[in-house]
Design a protein around this ligand. Sequence first.
Ligand SMILES: [Mg+2]
Length: 270
Amino acid sequence: MRTDRREPAIRLAGRAHSAAERPDAARTLLLDLDGTLAPIAVHPALARIAEPHRRAIRALRSAGWRVAVVSGRPRHEAVALVGIPDLPVFGSHGLEGPSERDLAQVDPPVLRRLGDVERLARQLSREFPAVLIERKAGSVACGDRALAPAARTRWRQRLASSLATLDLAGLEVLRGRCVVEVRSPRATKARVLATLGVLPLRTKPDESLVALGDDRTDEDLFLAIAGVGLGVLVGPPRRTHARARLASPAAVGRFLEALADFCSTQEEAR
Ligand SMILES: [Mg+2]
């Protein structure tokens, strides 16, 4: 048997493209934003998407692929960063979007408890000014990417012991690479599958249903499509529900460009 020596991003694009040739293929790409389409920046406002990534996304849409961005950021921020008019963008882990008026409701008692979490986090962060507290539709995110490792450990210990004093009924705490997020379980990226009408229609494996992401919040999506699609972890190896991995946002760019190239080559051959 011949070994495929192409780089992982190109191989992965080849798999997705082959799957997309079947008549009932999903041809759907679900892309996380920070750490996937855009490299992680010291401050979220400094994150940027490389222009070739945008070009590839536009080309894929023209070739019939459905592409959506699913971010943990508030939707308006994600839309501004993505910068592609008409591209469906979900914010707050799927609670907002794909359009501006789409906002899933969170129970009032849960919202009140999130208010308590926000107050406590803002109070604690006075000792850690580099920590960024963000209130979103169904969560409070405490971003600590700007802290040095020792300070991050101290901050996370303080936060954990303080959160333990609050009533967190109906909420869950998610510890990611650069963020601790207290969220309503409704704020899960997996909900976009129903919104887009991708599931539960699919029952057979289809590697043209691809979800790419780098963080704990992307695992909800990887798990939801396990068996019917292809979850792709972006970044270093770790325990994951994803079945494939790309090393970095740059590799994601090469994957998108290669997939767009396969589509245009096929179009030219017709
Ligand atoms: Mg991410």
